[in-house]
Design a protein around this ligand. Structure first.
Ligand code: CU
Length: 155
Protein backbone atom coordinates (compact mmCIF):
# COMPACT_ATOMS: atom_id res chain seq x y z
CA UNK A 1 0.00 0.00 0.00
CA UNK A 2 2.74 2.46 0.94
CA UNK A 3 4.50 1.61 -2.30
CA UNK A 4 1.37 2.28 -4.34
CA UNK A 5 0.96 5.66 -2.67
CA UNK A 6 4.56 6.51 -3.45
CA UNK A 7 4.05 5.62 -7.12
CA UNK A 8 0.84 7.69 -7.19
CA UNK A 9 2.77 10.61 -5.69
CA UNK A 10 5.39 10.36 -8.41
CA UNK A 11 2.68 10.33 -11.09
CA UNK A 12 1.13 13.50 -9.65
CA UNK A 13 4.52 15.20 -9.43
CA UNK A 14 5.17 14.29 -13.08
CA UNK A 15 1.76 15.66 -14.12
CA UNK A 16 2.46 18.96 -12.33
CA UNK A 17 5.95 19.19 -13.74
CA UNK A 18 4.82 21.09 -16.81
CA UNK A 19 3.05 23.78 -14.82
CA UNK A 20 4.43 26.97 -13.42
CA UNK A 21 5.34 26.93 -9.78
CA UNK A 22 3.66 30.14 -8.61
CA UNK A 23 -0.04 29.92 -9.31
CA UNK A 24 -1.69 30.31 -12.71
CA UNK A 25 0.39 31.73 -15.59
CA UNK A 26 -2.46 34.08 -16.60
CA UNK A 27 -3.50 37.21 -14.69
CA UNK A 28 -6.70 37.26 -12.65
CA UNK A 29 -9.03 40.24 -12.17
CA UNK A 30 -11.16 41.23 -9.19
CA UNK A 31 -12.79 44.25 -7.44
CA UNK A 32 -14.46 45.40 -10.66
CA UNK A 33 -16.96 48.27 -10.51
CA UNK A 34 -18.38 50.85 -12.87
CA UNK A 35 -19.06 54.53 -12.24
CA UNK A 36 -22.24 55.36 -14.13
CA UNK A 37 -22.46 58.79 -15.77
CA UNK A 38 -24.40 61.60 -14.08
CA UNK A 39 -26.19 62.22 -17.39
CA UNK A 40 -27.51 59.20 -19.32
CA UNK A 41 -25.73 58.81 -22.65
CA UNK A 42 -22.43 60.16 -21.36
CA UNK A 43 -19.53 57.71 -20.89
CA UNK A 44 -18.91 55.86 -17.64
CA UNK A 45 -15.71 54.38 -16.29
CA UNK A 46 -14.74 50.90 -15.09
CA UNK A 47 -12.22 50.26 -12.33
CA UNK A 48 -10.70 46.93 -11.28
CA UNK A 49 -7.57 45.25 -9.96
CA UNK A 50 -5.41 42.91 -12.05
CA UNK A 51 -3.21 40.37 -10.32
CA UNK A 52 -0.32 39.20 -12.49
CA UNK A 53 0.15 35.46 -12.95
CA UNK A 54 3.50 33.70 -13.12
CA UNK A 55 4.03 35.00 -16.68
CA UNK A 56 4.22 38.68 -17.64
CA UNK A 57 1.07 39.74 -19.51
CA UNK A 58 -0.45 42.72 -21.26
CA UNK A 59 -4.05 43.88 -21.01
CA UNK A 60 -5.10 44.88 -24.53
CA UNK A 61 -8.89 45.28 -24.38
CA UNK A 62 -11.97 45.35 -22.15
CA UNK A 63 -15.46 44.65 -23.45
CA UNK A 64 -18.99 44.20 -22.14
CA UNK A 65 -22.29 43.05 -23.66
CA UNK A 66 -23.90 46.04 -21.86
CA UNK A 67 -21.61 48.62 -23.48
CA UNK A 68 -21.15 49.61 -27.13
CA UNK A 69 -17.43 50.31 -26.96
CA UNK A 70 -14.67 50.45 -24.38
CA UNK A 71 -11.36 52.35 -24.48
CA UNK A 72 -8.42 52.00 -22.12
CA UNK A 73 -7.51 55.43 -20.71
CA UNK A 74 -4.95 56.93 -18.40
CA UNK A 75 -5.68 60.07 -16.38
CA UNK A 76 -2.91 62.51 -15.67
CA UNK A 77 -2.41 66.05 -14.45
CA UNK A 78 -2.44 68.19 -17.56
CA UNK A 79 -0.67 71.44 -18.22
CA UNK A 80 -1.88 74.58 -16.49
CA UNK A 81 -4.02 76.64 -18.85
CA UNK A 82 -3.11 80.36 -18.95
CA UNK A 83 -4.71 82.23 -16.10
CA UNK A 84 -5.88 79.07 -14.30
CA UNK A 85 -4.85 77.91 -10.85
CA UNK A 86 -3.43 74.40 -10.77
CA UNK A 87 -3.48 71.70 -13.43
CA UNK A 88 -6.55 70.13 -14.92
CA UNK A 89 -7.02 66.39 -15.14
CA UNK A 90 -6.63 65.13 -18.67
CA UNK A 91 -6.91 61.64 -20.02
CA UNK A 92 -5.35 59.87 -22.94
CA UNK A 93 -6.27 56.70 -24.74
CA UNK A 94 -3.70 53.93 -24.37
CA UNK A 95 -3.24 50.74 -26.41
CA UNK A 96 -2.66 48.46 -23.44
CA UNK A 97 -1.08 48.08 -20.03
CA UNK A 98 1.68 45.68 -19.04
CA UNK A 99 0.92 43.41 -16.08
CA UNK A 100 4.14 42.30 -14.38
CA UNK A 101 4.42 38.67 -13.29
CA UNK A 102 3.24 38.41 -9.70
CA UNK A 103 2.44 42.14 -9.61
CA UNK A 104 -0.76 44.03 -8.86
CA UNK A 105 -2.12 46.65 -11.21
CA UNK A 106 -4.97 48.85 -10.00
CA UNK A 107 -7.31 50.66 -12.36
CA UNK A 108 -8.60 53.36 -10.02
CA UNK A 109 -10.03 56.91 -10.12
CA UNK A 110 -7.29 59.37 -11.10
CA UNK A 111 -5.24 56.75 -12.96
CA UNK A 112 -5.89 53.95 -15.37
CA UNK A 113 -9.53 53.29 -16.22
CA UNK A 114 -11.65 51.71 -18.91
CA UNK A 115 -13.95 54.30 -20.52
CA UNK A 116 -17.39 52.90 -21.34
CA UNK A 117 -19.27 54.43 -24.29
CA UNK A 118 -22.90 53.62 -25.01
CA UNK A 119 -23.90 52.03 -21.71
CA UNK A 120 -27.16 50.07 -21.74
CA UNK A 121 -29.72 52.56 -20.31
CA UNK A 122 -31.33 49.68 -18.39
CA UNK A 123 -28.23 49.49 -16.21
CA UNK A 124 -28.90 51.37 -12.96
CA UNK A 125 -26.98 51.88 -9.70
CA UNK A 126 -26.81 48.61 -7.76
CA UNK A 127 -27.01 46.55 -10.93
CA UNK A 128 -24.23 44.47 -12.40
CA UNK A 129 -22.70 44.11 -15.83
CA UNK A 130 -20.26 41.60 -17.28
CA UNK A 131 -16.77 42.80 -18.10
CA UNK A 132 -14.35 40.74 -20.20
CA UNK A 133 -10.64 41.40 -20.06
CA UNK A 134 -8.53 40.36 -23.04
CA UNK A 135 -4.82 39.87 -22.69
CA UNK A 136 -2.18 39.63 -25.42
CA UNK A 137 -2.06 35.90 -24.76
CA UNK A 138 -4.45 33.28 -23.41
CA UNK A 139 -8.15 33.20 -22.66
CA UNK A 140 -10.16 36.32 -21.74
CA UNK A 141 -11.14 36.74 -18.09
CA UNK A 142 -14.81 37.62 -17.43
CA UNK A 143 -16.40 38.79 -14.21
CA UNK A 144 -19.35 40.81 -12.90
CA UNK A 145 -18.84 44.48 -12.09
CA UNK A 146 -21.09 46.45 -9.74
CA UNK A 147 -22.68 49.60 -11.16
CA UNK A 148 -22.34 52.62 -8.87
CA UNK A 149 -24.28 55.88 -9.28
CA UNK A 150 -22.46 59.06 -10.29
CA UNK A 151 -22.65 60.59 -6.82
CA UNK A 152 -22.32 57.41 -4.76
CA UNK A 153 -19.15 56.46 -2.87
CA UNK A 154 -16.74 53.98 -4.44
CA UNK A 155 -17.38 50.43 -3.24
CU1 CU B 1 -11.29 58.21 -19.76
Amino acid sequence: MARRLAILGLAIAAALGGCHKNGPPQPTVDRAWVRLPAVPGRPGAAYFTIHGGSDPARLVAVSSPSVQSVELHESMKGGTPPGAMGGMMEMARIAGVDVPAGGTLAFAPGGYHAMLFGIDPKLTPGGTLKLSFRFAQGQPVTLDAKAVGAGDPAP
